[in-house]
Each structure stands twice: as C-alpha cells, then as structure tokens.
Design a protein around this ligand. Structure first.
Ligand code: NAD
Length: 362
C-alpha cells in the first residue's frame, strides 16, 4: 500500500502531521511519500500541481490531503491559484464520487446552532457527483446576447449536463453505500424545472430497481435544503449532482456545528481516493498550533476503510476520537466551558494514546 501525503498550505501541514502520527501507531504495512501541493508547490515549482506531485498521486493507492490556499495568492491567474490543485487532482484521478458524512458526536451536540433534539445522534452521508454538471459542462463563457430579455447586451452562461454513465455510476455508489447503512437513499434533483435533473431522476429510479432492498425517494433541492435544517435525521444517504451537492454538503456539515470535525473522501471507479478534511487552509490560525486535527484524522480513517481495505484499523481510529471527546479534550473551535482546551499536537497525541490503549487491551 502506498499513501501519497500532500499537506498543502496553512494549517494543512499541522493537521496532516497529526494524522500521519496516528496512522503510524496502527502497526500497518504501508509506504508513504510526501509532496508539495497548492501555494507551497507554486512557491517551489511555479505551479500548484507540479507533474511530480500528480505522478505520485496517480501511483498511490490513496492520497491524504491537508488543505490549500491563502489570500495572498488571490491575485494570481486562475490556473496558478492553489485551489486549482484540487480540481486538477479530481480530474486527473477521475474522482467522481465525493463522500461527506455529517455525524454529530454526542459530546458536541451543544456546538450546533440547531436544537439538540434535532441533531443528537445525527449520522447522514451526502454523496456528491464531483466531475460533471454545470461546473464542467461546455460551452461556457461571456458573449453578447442574441435573444433573451436583453438582446444585444453582455451575458454570461454555463452548461448543465449529465451523461447516462455519469448518473448510473454515482447512483450505484449511493445504493451500495446505503446497503452498508440503513438502506435508504434520497436522490436530490430539480426535475420540476431542469431537463438534466429529470434525466437524473429517471436514471436513479432505473438503477434503484437493481437494489430492491434499498428504499429510494426523490426530493427537490429546495425542499432538501429546508428539510436538512427542519428534520435532518430523516435522511440517511443523500445522492445529488455536483452543484446541489456542493451546497447541501456544506449545509449538512454545519448542522454538526464544527467544521474541524468533518472528514471527506473522493473516490474513482477503482476505489483509489483522495481524503481530506472538509475545511480549508484556515490562514487566520495557521502556525498557531491550535487547529483541530480531528477532521484529517477521521479522513485517514475513511482512507483505511475505502481505499486500503483496513476497516478494523478505521474503527480503531474512530473509537479513539470518540474517547478523547468523551474525556473532554477540545481544540479551540469546539471548546466549551467545563472542557479542557488542547493544542493541535496534544489532540493528536491523545488520539494516539487512546489507540495504543485499545491495542494493548486487544
Ligand atoms: P476555512 O475552512 O479555511 O476557514 C473557515 C473558518 O473555519 C476560519 O475561521 C478557520 O480558522 C476555521 N477553521 C477551519 N478549519 C479549522 C480547523 N481544523 N480547526 C479550527 N478552526 C478551523 O475557509 P476559508 O477561510 O473560507 O478559506 C481559507 C483558504 O482555504 C482559502 O484560500 C480557500 O480557497 C481555501 N480552501 C481550501 C479548501 C481545500 O483545500 N479543499 C477548501 C475550502 C477552502
């Protein structure tokens, strides 16, 4: 097994170091190789995703990614900005399925802006299609309008499109994931208005017939946005397109109240994946040693489960995280009165200690 370690920028280097520390105590056989990505790679090689980094990512079984970006790069031409590295990796590795679990840990119920009874025990999985839809559809651009409400004026346009195989493969991913959970899929669309999403809905329904044991329902995206804050526990697996998924997965993430806790996985058809926290490089707290490393540590657990076939090791990491939270340890983003404030490194050390304890106990 080979893991490419791409820490990136800002807090990326701090949180990935803790995740690597956790992986190293698991007594698994794997090789790791690190490379620069994002702003750090731009500084060293003049490009946010140098050929050598891309080659390493392609050859590895999995990529553990920190975060990229800093305000200081906002004036660069778009292709040279750190965030382009993520898009380049998704495209080149064919990472079409994005998994974003939103789990509310018992000890962090108070961190959500929703009432505790609405989110206690929340455990939903948003599956977002990641390489199609209006984000990638061509043509796109600016031109002079020839029709519409204001012909002859400047206009901008994008193209929303999905092909049958793109919808089929993400639908299969969702039904298979649901089989490992409580066997319910909600497909989110806008079939009442958009041709693309009537097509989406028809195909998801067709694929669903191959999974008679999984309950499928459909919901319009506006209603889904509402239901996520009204009764989030009604959902189990949610599958949707790239743009709706972008928005709904952030909404679902914030239900738990703590972006520093949320892992994510992006997979291709051979289960090779890129694993990263759902948050960014947090330049405002970078270098202070206070970032929460748990989202990255939990991303490493997802990596073990999905790409490296090490479900037991993944369970051990997840249990260790629960136990450090139960012991009252908190980084500043999840701190509340009566708990113990710890640094990034102390949190990583505590997870390592909890794993070592489980190992000794067997
Ligand atoms: P952000 O997620 O980096 O930060 C938002 C807020 O959450 C900040 O106040 C930050 O301090 C806090 N935060 C984030 N992660 C935290 C953690 N682990 N522990 C404690 N607090 C945490 O989003 P932003 O500020 O909008 O963006 C900062 C940079 O990150 C930008 O350059 C943006 O483009 C980039 N970004 C990168 C990715 C990625 O690499 N996948 C994703 C989102 C944003």
């Amino acid at each position: 097994m080979k893991i490419a370690i791409l820490p990136g920028d800002g807090i990326g280097t701090e949180i990935v170091a803790e995740a690597v520390k956790v992986l190293n105590v698991l007594d698994l056989k794997f090789e790791t190789e690190s490379a620069l990505v994002g702003g750090a790679a731009y500084e060293a090689h003049g490009h946010p995703l140098p050929e050598s980094t891309l080659k390493l990512a392609k050859e590895a079984d999995a990529v553990l990614f920190g975060a990229v970006g800093d305000w200081k790069y906002d004036k660069l031409d778009r292709p040279l900005r750190p965030e382009q590295a993520i898009l380049g990796l998704r495209k080149n590795l064919g990472l079409f399925a994005n998994f974003r679990p939103a789990i509310c840990y018992e000890q962090l119920v108070g961190a959500s802006s929703l009432k505790p009874e609405l989110i206690a025990g929340l455990d939903i999985l948003i599956i977002r299609e990641l390489t199609g839809d209006i984000y990638f559809g061509q043509p796109r651009g600016r031109r002079t309008a020839v029709d519409g409400h204001f012909p002859g004026t400047e206009e901008a346009f994008d193209t929303m499109r999905y092909s049958r195989p793109e919808v089929e493969r993400i639908a299969h991913v969702a039904f298979q994931a649901a089989r490992k959970r409580s066997k319910r899929v909600t497909s989110v669309d806008k079939a009442n208005v958009l041709e693309t999403f009537q097509f989406w809905k028809d195909i998801v329904t067709e694929v669903g017939q191959q999974y008679p044991d999984v309950e499928l329902d459909h919901m319009y995206v506006d209603n889904a946005a509402m239901q996520l804050v009204k009764a989030p526990k009604k959902f189990d697996v949610v599958v949707t397109g790239n743009m709706f998924g972008d928005i709904l997965s952030d909404e679902a993430a914030m239900l738990t109240g703590s972006i520093g806790m949320l892992p994510s996985a992006s997979l291709n058809s051979s289960n090779q994946g890129l694993y990263e926290p759902s948050h960014g490089s947090a330049p405002d707290i970078a270098g202070k040693g206070i970032a929460n490393p748990l989202a990255t540590i939990l991303s490493a657990a997802m990596m073990l489960r999905f790409s490296l076939n090490q479900a037991e090791a993944a369970d051990r990491i997840e249990s260790a995280v629960k136990s450090v939270l139960a012991a009252g340890l908190r980084t500043v983003d999840i701190y509340s009165e009566g708990t113990t404030k710890v640094s990034t490194r102390e949190m990583g050390d505590a997870v390592v200690a909890a794993i070592t304890k489980t190992t000794i106990k067997g």
